[in-house]
Design a protein around this ligand. Structure first.
Ligand SMILES: [Fe+2]
Length: 193
């Protein structure tokens, strides 16, 4: 379940319908999709075949030609370098469409001078139209698995705005997995003591 925040006013919205309405008013699609179709440890091919209907429907909806599954873990080589590509304000020449299967992250959307912080987690589908100024970061557990859709077979590249707006916002996650990860870490540290 997503958490929508407006950092300037400390407003936090956790109700699904309200999140959908707020984002829809800004041109961003947000939906909740079922997660009970695949096991947590299934392969990318299994994911794409289990969600074939949604994958195809989304392709038609946005003119996307391909879809894949990205799987990010804390152990991934070069993870911080990869994350640093996307944690500065940028745009893309195509939509950024994600259905989150596992892990959590935050999309900061900069729309009409207002910053929206959208923390996404398992079951959340977010569609950010091309040209939207935004940046993205993972939550503390550095984990995300998601289906992605693409309009061009060669993939997409960030176009940096160099606005510096991203520097004014802390990448703080507030969802349940964030606190779970912190609690888990505290317990494992105790065991090592
Ligand atoms: Fe992006």
């Amino acid at each position: 379940m997503a958490v929508l925040r407006f950092p300037e006013t400390n407003q936090k919205i956790e109700d699904e319908q309200r999140i959908r309405a707020e984002l829809a008013a800004a041109g961003i699609d947000y939906e909740r999709w079922s997660l009970d179709r695949v096991a947590q440890d299934c392969s990318a091919d299994d994911v794409l075949s289990a969600y074939a209907a949604e994958v195809d429907a989304m392709k038609k909806r946005g003119g996307y030609v391909t879809a894949d599954v990205i799987d990010v873990t804390p152990e991934m080589p070069g993870l911080e370098t990869m994350l640093a590509r996307f944690d500065k304000e940028h745009t893309h020449s195509e939509d950024e469409v994600r259905f989150i299967l596992a892990g959590r992250g935050i999309f900061f959307l900069h729309l009409d001078g207002k910053v929206y912080s959208v923390e996404v987690g398992p079951g959340d589908m977010l569609r950010v139209p091309r040209g939207t100024t935004h940046w993205f970061t993972l939550c503390e557990d550095r984990r995300i698995r998601a289906i992605r859709w693409f309009q061009q077979t060669e993939g997409w590249t960030p176009h940096y705005t160099e606005s510096g707006v991203d520097k004014g916002y802390q990448p703080l996650c507030f969802g349940p997995d964030y606190f779970g990860a912190r609690a888990g870490r505290a317990i494992s540290l105790d065991k090592n003591a």
